[in-house]
Design a protein around this ligand. Structure first.
Ligand code: GTP
Ligand code: SPV
Ligand code: MN
Length: 592
């Protein structure tokens, strides 16, 4: 034990490797106190009180939003920073063109220099956590060390944190090491670094979700995707939703959409009234991350490694996502939303009240831009969602019937199509494109390739990742069907052509019909598209333009798209599986 640092509570762990690491981190960062988190209610209450006292958390209207808080971040610290995020394999090639790379020794040296003494005067929190149900063989554990009580509070909602996780870590003697400090919150002194071969994450200079809640994107995607490749499973940026039909059958669907492209909304979908009347139900398993692996019967089984939702606030309203809205009426941490005169949280798309204060705490003026930051978020326990699935905590996971890829594509891409087989499905995922959003810093609305919605999150070379995906197609495998959707197709007037949200169930019903061999479709070179009559559109008014654009395959446009996809695959050189080149060539051939 380092004599200079008084622990506020003694290490509850007998695991030498853990105690040694905590002491070496303390020796580097020099905190005044070390606090081992036990995950108890009393600990959480004390943290909230302390953050209220120092202004980190502002209480919200306790009548309308009991137990809820507002956090206003530093205005330069509101989103993921992809340009400052590094994946540090020994060999640059293993990180791939999809990642920023730095040699591990150089990266450690650079970031350790920032950590040197950075916790002086602060408390260092040690957070043992488990990603996934605590008794699940698919779950994996980690320990995050941080000097941010806001991070501790969010990790408590987002993960299974505390004594049970520590017990599992001691049993397994293996865990992902995450070191985080908010530092000076200076964008010039900010790095998010990953060392997949060392199961280690180091993050400095940001308090924002994806940069700081290390269980989430850093562990459950970047580190886990690399682990998953070695161990024969998949760690994906996907929601998991159960669709129950009037016969009581539940089909689970996993869907990868890029950040701020509709995962939380689809995971919590409320069926249109006519579907509700007939007995359709939707069950939320997860809204952001999916870990899945083949079961004994050859199907893929999935768990949600998270225990909460870190959801986008803007656009969440009574019409778009009533389940999310119901979830966040109490015991929620809001980050960078606006407030009304009576101190309720508010954001664009909630309702037509006029806010009093914007996300920076200034008197609201329309000239200053949106009242809530476009990437403002809520953190809430998954259990508070009315549609939370009774099988969400199942240790073995839920069987996946369909995998869906999708992005924001204003043009070209139809509402839905089905890949003809797994290999084609992998190409569909690998060639996904989407317009950038406010979830990461940088320009919004720029179309980029975001394969499987994993561009910012894959912890290794995309070429190897696609090969890993292809490897699941082997004798005995009963793989899900693969689909592609686009809720964001726009008409000539610039408006969305598809109503989206609850009406997306109409598309999911068609997919389930395809899985069961019941629904019709038209074969095209890009895959099987429904005819307008193959979808239940009762009660939906679609213009002729919408029918034309949502259900048609534009041959010339797709030829250009396939040429562009071919160039994209070439960027990965000889490492890219030839199978995908062959698949691209086959489709292009079909289009000529
Ligand atoms: P991350 O948490 O960043 O990974 O985002 P997400 O994929 O969970 O996205 P989310 O469901 O929070 O949606 C982001 C934005 O897209 C919100 O403003 C939604 O209102 C909007 N959105 C979601 N689904 C639809 C849809 O079907 N149609 C349209 N037009 N907008 C949608
Ligand atoms: C995303 O950006 O995809 C999110 C939010 O889900 S974050 O946790 O910041 O990654
Ligand atoms: Mn996400």
């Amino acid at each position: 034990m380092n004599a200079a640092i008084a622990p506020s509570n003694p290490s509850p762990s007998s695991l030498e490797a853990l105690n040694d690491w905590v002491q070496s981190v303390a020796g580097l960062t020099r905190p005044d106190r070390i606090h081992w988190c036990d995950g108890s209610d009393a600990e959480y209450a004390a943290l909230l009180k302390q953050m209220q006292a120092d202004g980190t958390l502002l209480p919200l209207n306790a009548d309308t939003h009991p137990g809820s808080w507002l956090h206003r971040s530093h205005p330069d610290d509101v989103a993921r920073v992809e340009h400052l995020t590094f994946v540090c394999h020994e060999n640059e090639e293993d990180a791939g063109p999809n990642n920023h790379w730095m040699a591990p020794a150089e990266a450690h040296a650079k970031i350790d220099a920032l950590f040197d003494g950075c916790m002086r005067g602060r408390t260092m929190y040690v957070i043992p956590y488990c990603m996934g149900p605590i008794d699940s063989p698919l779950a994996r554990c980690g320990v995050e060390i941080t000097d941010s009580p806001y991070v501790v509070a969010n990790m408590r909602i987002m993960t299974r944190m505390g004594a049970d996780a520590l017990a599992r870590i001691e049993r397994e003697e293996s865990f992902v090491r995450g070191l985080h400090s908010i530092g000076e919150l200076d964008p010039e002194r900010r790095y998010i670094m990953h060392f997949p071969e060392e199961l280690t994450i180091k993050s400095y200079g940001s308090g924002y979700g994806g940069n700081a809640l290390l269980g989430k994107k850093c562990h459950a995607l970047r580190i886990a995707s690399h682990q998953a490749r070695n161990e024969g499973w998949l760690a994906e940026h996907m929601l998991i939703v159960g669709i129950e039909n009037p016969q009581g059958e539940v089909h689970y669907i996993a869907a990868a959409f890029p950040s701020a492209c509709g995962k939380t909304n689809l995971a919590m979908l409320i069926p249109p009234e006519s579907y509700r009347e007939r007995g359709w139900k939707v069950w939320t398993v997860g809204d952001d991350i999916c870990w899945m692996r083949p079961g004994a019967d050859g199907r893929l089984y999935a768990i949600n490694p998270e225990a909460g939702y870190f959801g986008v606030a803007p656009g969440t309203g009574a019409n778009s996502n009533p389940n999310a809205l119901a979830s966040i009426q109490r015991d929620t941490i809001f980050t960078n939303v606006a407030t009304t005169a009576d101190n309720q949280p508010w954001w664009e798309g909630l309702d037509d009240r006029v806010p009093a204060k914007d996300w920076q705490g200034r008197d609201y003026k329309a000239d200053n831009g949106p009242a809530a930051h476009p990437n403002s978020r809520f953190t809430v326990s998954a259990k508070q969602c009315p549609s939370y699935s009774p099988h969400a905590e199942a240790a073995q996971g839920v069987p996946i019937s369909a995998i869906v890829f999708g992005g924001r594509r204003a043009s070209l891409v139809p509402l839905v199509f089905e890949a003809r087989d797994w290999t084609h499905g992998v190409l569909v995922g690998a060639s996904m494109g989407s317009e950038t959003t406010a979830a990461a810093t940088g320009q919004v609305g720029v179309m980029r390739r975001d394969p499987m919605a994993m561009k910012p999150f894959c912890g290794y070379n995309f070429a190897d990742y696609f090969a890993h995906w292809l490897s699941f197609d082997k004798p005995g495998a009963k793989l899900p069907k693969v689909f592609h959707v686009n809720w964001f197709r726009k008409g000539d007037g610039g408006k969305f052509l598809w109503p989206g949200f609850g009406d997306n169930l109409r598309v999911l019903e068609w997919m389930i019909g395809r899985v069961k061999g019941e629904a019709g479709a038209v074969d095209t070179p890009i895959g099987a598209l429904p005819a307008v009559a193959d979808l239940n559109l009762d009660g939906v008014e679609l213009s002729d333009e919408a029918k034309e654009k949502l259900f048609a395959m534009d041959r010339q446009g797709w030829r250009e798209e396939l040429v562009s996809i071919g160039r994209y695959l070439e960027d990965y050189g000889t490492r890219m599986p030839r199978t995908l080149h062959a698949e691209q060539a086959r489709i292009l051939q079909g289009l000529s």
